[in-house]
Design a protein around this ligand. Structure first.
Ligand SMILES: C[S@@+](CC[C@H](N)C(=O)[O-])C[C@H]1O[C@@H](n2cnc3c(N)ncnc32)[C@H](O)[C@@H]1O
Length: 257
């Protein structure tokens, strides 16, 4: 979805130049992005880090995967990330307790002139024709996440909404943001956007099931969670609802001295 569609075949948008030496993928997940970057830049050292050791064991020689909690306020990051040309964070910041601290550590570890690039969802549904807006049932799920669930797990799903100003405030320069209006569902007339809509629907549907399974932490009983899940899926499947979601790409530079 990201690489082939939203980024149109590119791995990232930041202008890191032809010859980066160190690229870090924070919250790397299965590590696919790190592996692709390693193939594209065989002379760069690529480091992918995650809480979970779920990455493949067979990797190109220039990739290493590490397991650590990037959000641990009492344990500073090791020097392994120092002097990075690029720090990449995709779908990480809304689900950590201290996103600003992670950004601060990125700033400290980037080499002067190095880049940070962040990809995330801004949790808001909209439409061009008034068929979807604040009354879309997924907003009820977002509101439930904002309640006791977020106090328990420390999430802030709205953190990406103000990322550009947060990065500027912290001292990053040359901040660029690209807001992508991605359809949800198969309602769009253009084939490419319809395909993106099908992927977006699939991703969000999987995610909402994962969330609603923990319905007590969302302040819902099983019946309410089931109804909310069904309302959201019905809205996704309704071709009259032309819902779009904001997928944000943002990149910024550590200033040169
Ligand atoms: C939604 S996944 C995104 C994975 C990958 N960046 C991608 O876009 O495919 C978020 C990842 O962040 C990791 N993560 C969450 N909190 C973390 C933390 N405190 N330290 C390190 N990794 C963390 C999770 O284990 C998970 O693999």
């Amino acid at each position: 979805m990201y690489l082939d569609y939203i980024l149109d075949g590119q791995l990232f948008l930041a202008p890191v130049g032809e010859n980066p030496q160190k690229i870090v993928d924070l919250g790397t997940g299965f590590g696919f992005w790190a592996l692709d970057v390693a193939d594209q830049f065989p002379s760069a050292r690529i480091i992918g880090t995650d809480l979970s050791p779920i990455q493949p064991r067979w990797t190109p020689p220039n990739v290493e995967f590490r397991v650590e909690d990037l959000d641990d306020e009492f344990r500073p990051w090791t020097s392994i990330y120092a002097d990075a040309d690029l720090m990449h964070l995709r779908f990480l910041l809304p689900t950590v307790r201290r996103p600003r601290q992670i950004l601060q550590r990125c700033l400290e570890n980037l080499k002067p002139g190095g880049w940070i690039e962040i990809h995330d969802l801004v949790p808001k549904i909209f439409s061009d024709d008034g068929t979807a807006g604040d009354d879309h049932p997924i907003h009820t799920l977002y509101q439930q996440i904002d309640g006791p669930f977020s106090s328990l797990y420390g999430w802030n799903i709205h953190f990406p909404a103000n990322l550009a100003s947060t990065l500027r405030e912290m001292g990053f320069v040359n901040v660029s943001a690209k807001h992508n209006a991605i359809p949800i569902g198969r309602w769009h007339r253009e084939a490419r956007l319809r395909e993106m809509g099908v992927f977006a629907q699939s991703l969000l549907s999987d995610w909402l099931v994962t969330m609603l399974i923990r319905h007590e932490t969302l302040g819902l009983n099983a019946e309410e969670a089931h109804k909310l899940g069904q309302d959201i899926l019905d809205a996704f499947n309704n071709p009259q609802i032309h819902a779009q979601h904001d997928w944000l790409d943002i990149w910024a530079q550590k200033p040169l001295p």
